[in-house]
Write a protein that binds this ligand. Structure first.
Ligand code: HEM
Length: 292
């Protein structure tokens, strides 16, 4: 039994994110899902509702905490299934989720579809490098993959679409922008004296007790919506528990010490969902550890 191979790969040049609700019988979906090969081209996640309809016991898989602190709202928009296709081109990334969808077609309904892309070698659309403080090597494995117990080899993932107000962001001076993030724009150096509201100050992984390490594999996106375009970051983070994400998000939302992450001055999450990424055996998802 092993981990879905793409989880530990660097973010791809292009990613395609798609989620589904389940219409048909959970058993039929499981058969179709486990029949497909899951190789390095795709990551598949199972949401709490689908796990429940399978009567699978995935300890720790629950909908995310829905948070609110005045104008700061962190919505929860769960899905039954989720996939992250990877490619050297947008078409290639999409083809991998299309193939999965075709296999599931009679039983699922598409609920989210977002094409992501690497921007300037790994920067957010604000221009700031995203991913620098990700754990690496053995530390990445320890942060993202459960090592022991019945769920060994699997991972939890959060997918959250953030919409940026880039015009608002660019109205700030460079020093103001850097103070919001807590790092310098061009050379990505951590500021010594960043305010407590800076994103890096809020999320410093070792500052949590216990430490809150996660492996982020987010990508920028631009999406056509009624009446225009939405753009921002499709945030994706793998961790050994959803608690890691919930704790970080609570602090970002100001629910710990009243200080809201400066990210919220120019961006907001509009979706948010949690999934469990089962391990694979002989290249297929293996649900045996959760009693299915
Ligand atoms: C609009 C959405 C977001 C943007 C644009 C963004 C951007 C960034 C940037 C530029 C950095 C600094 C470079 C790096 O270490 O990667 C960073 C760090 C980080 N972010 Fe975010 N981020 C977003 C949302 C989130 C969310 C929702 C979480 C978790 C709940 C999060 C967790 C982290 C963590 C853990 C770090 C590393 C902190 C450290 O240990 O130094 N980010 N992010």
């Amino acid at each position: 039994m092993s981990t879905q191979p793409a989880i530990l790969l660097p973010a791809p040049a292009f990613g395609h994110f798609r989620a589904w609700g389940v219409l048909g019988n959970a058993h039929d979906v499981r058969v179709a899902l486990t029949h497909r090969k899951v190789d390095a081209s795709i990551i598949v996640g199972i949401g709490p509702s689908f796990a429940a309809s399978l009567r699978a016991t995935v300890v720790g898989l629950e909908p995310l905490d829905e948070l609110e602190n005045g104008a700061v709202v962190v919505p929860v928009t769960p899905h039954a299934l989720w996939a992250y296709g990877r490619g050297h081109t947008p078409a290639e990334a999409q083809a991998h989720v299309d193939a999965l969808e075709l296999a599931l077609a009679p039983y699922v309904l598409r609920t989210e579809d977002v094409a992501g892309f690497k921007f300037h070698g790994g920067r957010d659309l604000t221009g700031f490098v995203d991913g620098t403080e990700n754990p690496k090597g053995e530390a990445a494995i320890a942060a993202a993959i459960l090592q022991d117990g019945p769920l060994a080899g699997s991972s939890f993932v959060v997918a959250q679409r953030w919409v940026h107000d880039l015009a608002g962001f660019h109205a700030h001076t460079r020093p103001e922008q850097e103070a919001m993030i807590g790092r310098t724009l061009h050379d990505d150096v951590e500021l010594n004296d960043s305010p407590a509201s800076s994103h890096v100050h809020r999320t410093a992984q070792e500052s949590y007790d216990p430490p809150a390490f996660m492996l982020r594999r987010s990508l920028p996106y631009r999406l056509k919506v009624d009446g225009g375009t939405e753009e921002g970051l499709y945030f994706v983070a793998f961790a050994t528990s959803l608690d890691v994400f919930n704790r970080q998000m609570r602090r970002m939302a100001g629910l710990e010490d009243g200080i809201v992450d400066a990210l919220f001055t120019f961006s907001k999450p509009v979706t948010g969902a949690a999934f469990w990424c089962p391990p694979v055996r002989d290249g297929h998802l293996d649900l045996s550890a959760v009693g299915v």
